[in-house]
Design a protein around this ligand. Structure first.
Ligand SMILES: Cc1cc2nc3c(=O)[nH]c(=O)nc-3n(C[C@H](O)[C@H](O)[C@H](O)COP(=O)(O)OP(=O)(O)OC[C@H]3O[C@@H](n4cnc5c(N)ncnc54)[C@H](O)[C@@H]3O)c2cc1C
Ligand code: SF4
Length: 557
């Protein structure tokens, strides 16, 4: 900087008082390294001791927190019972979170950051965020506490309360992960009568200039859904999924020493999910190379024995923030530009829509509607989930395969979650809180902000039409249209009544009959009501009796 006139120097922002400054006495020698506008501010900084909390789903090594190492900053990560016990999680979910947290801890340590890590069975671990933080503040005399915006309402509230109760100053910063801020959807919808994902999706595409030419989408068309709903052709063998044979025995041993209740199975020497950013990026590369060319076409397809088809299985990595939605989208666009002959635009748009559209929209709804959303039950459903939801032991082939793979991999793809398990739960009138607890527990990617809005909202219509404009329910004909489940099922897809009648058929009509007061005027399902009203009285009675029989014997289906 020698020779540069002081008035030509760029200004900096003081790390402490946050005011711009351009001049310090010894600026010629030190300007590059100067962080504070005055000695006073520098002293204030070096005297302070900052504690920063990293939650289990905040493993974002690109966060600006980690740009520089500061001796006076200590990070803390914790494996705690308040997080393992709020619902019965799949064992792979607990192991997956703790393994990824452990990897992130090692990464931060190797980069020279100060990190305290509470292992599950450490004696000093008081098993809650609040207690551990209070203990640390007392033991190490921290003068300031910071955390990143949590994605869960429950934790957001708990940390706000904690900050009120501690005697030191505190601050919350953005998690720097999503395209939109927490309240951006609320602002976008202000004054609008209807909620529509499509318009929010278009707004984000424009704002972030994703696949745009000026104000218009580059192909002139926004939506390719109509090209994207194909059944998997017979004899089409999808590429085998990339899995990581991670050895997670040590983490599992620690969990097994406790009385934490879990569901599902695990092979500890061959854990399939990515454990860190490097593996997450490998999974992304695999998806782009092998799956993206077919993603859109088969995103609603289902097949027995194929647990992930052409889906990305990136939700775990994304939700823990090991990778960011922006880098996923940018790489997908680069891949499409590199291989235009192999990757049709509709495949790319289908994928971009899931991440920029649905994921951001769902999060926006969560922050707009919580905490009321968690208690919504539009149809006043009170039923209990049948016991085979925890074993997969049912004669219904579609449910058997979906549940068994969920127990085996802690994963089912979207259309299985929506149109198999979710569809059945809604048709059977199950209490949405029961359904929520099942989804929140069983899937490796289940974090409340994205689980509850999808389950209670999109799948169970318990919000009365906030997330979706009509309930996602179907009879066997849709399931047969999109899958290869029905052919080898005990039940007959074409029968509505009788011993072998597919339960989806009668339950589907019972659903419409039972909720005619709430749904009868919905224009999107008018056709179903026309068909139902035109049906002969005897036929209707037989269907309703069949449905009632199935509901009374739900555990035996
Ligand atoms: C009843 C129900 C419960 C669900 N619970 C969860 C959950 O707990 N956690 C979760 O991440 N997703 C949930 N989803 C959304 C979706 O099913 C999963 O994100 C997806 O199956 C994850 O697999 P994937 O990564 O292979 O997705 P892909 O099919 O490859 O899609 C790519 C990405 O798009 C995003 N995405 C796609 N659909 C949605 C959606 N509806 N909402 C939010 N993001 C979406 C995900 O980040 C996903 O990784 C749920 C859907 C339903 C119907
Ligand atoms: S016949 Fe019915 S129960 Fe059997 S797989 Fe088809 S939809 Fe599922």
């Amino acid at each position: 900087m020698k020779g540069v006139k002081k008035e030509n120097l760029p200004s900096k922002i003081c790390r402490v008082c946050k005011k711009p400054f351009i001049w310090r006495k010894k600026w010629e020698k030190e300007w590059e390294h100067v962080k504070y506008c005055s000695k006073k501010c520098r002293t204030k900084k070096t005297m302070s001791k900052i504690l920063r909390l990293i939650l289990g789903d905040q493993l974002n090594s690109k966060h600006s927190w980690y740009k520089e190492k500061e001796d006076n900053i200590v990070y803390v990560m914790m494996e705690i019972r308040s997080e393992t016990d709020y619902v019965n999680h799949h064992i792979q979910k607990v192991v997956g979170f703790f393994t990824a947290m452990g990897e992130f801890y090692q990464e931060l340590k190797s980069k020279g950051h100060n990190v305290i890590y509470f292992h599950l069975n450490d004696k000093s671990n008081l098993q809650s965020f609040e207690k551990n933080i209070q203990q640390l503040i007392f033991q190490h005399q921290f003068t300031h506490f910071e955390y990143q915006e949590p994605d869960e309402f429950r934790i957001d509230q708990a940390l706000k309360e904690l900050c009120k109760s501690i005697a030191i100053s505190s601050a919350v910063v953005e998690s720097e992960h999503f395209y939109t801020s927490r309240l951006e959807l609320a602002d976008f919808l202000d004054g609008k009568k209807t909620f529509l994902m499509e318009s929010f999706y278009r707004m984000i595409r424009k704002k972030h200039d994703v696949l745009m030419q000026g104000e218009q989408p580059i192909t002139g068309k926004w939506n390719y859904d109509s090209e994207n709903r194909k059944k998997l052709p017979k004899n089409h063998k999808p590429v085998p999924p990339l899995v990581f044979n991670n050895d997670v025995s040590a983490v599992l041993d620690e969990i097994n020493k406790t009385d934490i209740k879990t569901i599902g199975t695990i092979i500890p020497q061959a854990f399939v999910w990515p454990k860190n950013r490097t593996q997450s990026l490998k999974l992304l590369d695999f998806f782009l190379t092998e799956c993206l060319p077919f993603f859109g076409s088969y995103q609603d397809a289902m097949s027995p024995g194929e647990w992930s088809l052409y889906h990305s299985r990136l939700s775990f990595s994304l939700n823990l923030k090991m990778i960011s939605p922006k880098e996923v989208i940018n790489k997908a666009i680069d891949e499409w530009q590199r291989r235009p002959d192999e990757i049709q635009y509709n495949q790319l748009e289908g994928f971009v829509r899931q991440i920029i559209g649905w994921r951001e929209y769902i999060r926006g709804i969560y922050w707009l509607k919580m905490p009321e959303f968690g208690n919504m039950n539009y149809f006043a459903n009170q039923g209990k989930l049948p016991k085979w939801f925890w074993s997969g032991k049912t004669k219904m082939n579609c449910l058997k395969h979906t549940i068994k793979q969920s127990l085996e991999y802690a994963y089912a793809h979207h259309i299985q979650r929506l149109m198999i398990t979710g569809n059945f739960a809604l048709l059977a009138g199950i209490d949405p809180s029961e359904v929520d607890a099942w989804y929140l527990g069983i899937y490796i990617d289940a974090i409340e902000w994205v689980e509850i809005t999808n389950t209670r909202g999109m799948s169970q219509f318990a919000d009365g039409g906030i997330v979706g404009t009509k309930p996602y329910v179907s009879s066997a004909s849709y399931i047969d249209k999109m899958s290869h489940y029905c052919g080898s099922c005990f039940y007959k897809k074409e029968l509505k009544t009788g011993e072998r009648a597919c339960p989806f058929n009668s339950l589907h009509w019972k659903f419409y009959d039972r909720h005619e007061d709430k749904l009868g005027t919905n224009p999107r399902i008018g056709m179903m009501y026309n068909l139902w009203r035109k049906m002969k009285k005897d036929t209707k009675m037989a269907i309703l009796n069949q449905a009632n029989y199935y509901l009374e014997n739900i555990n035996e289906l």
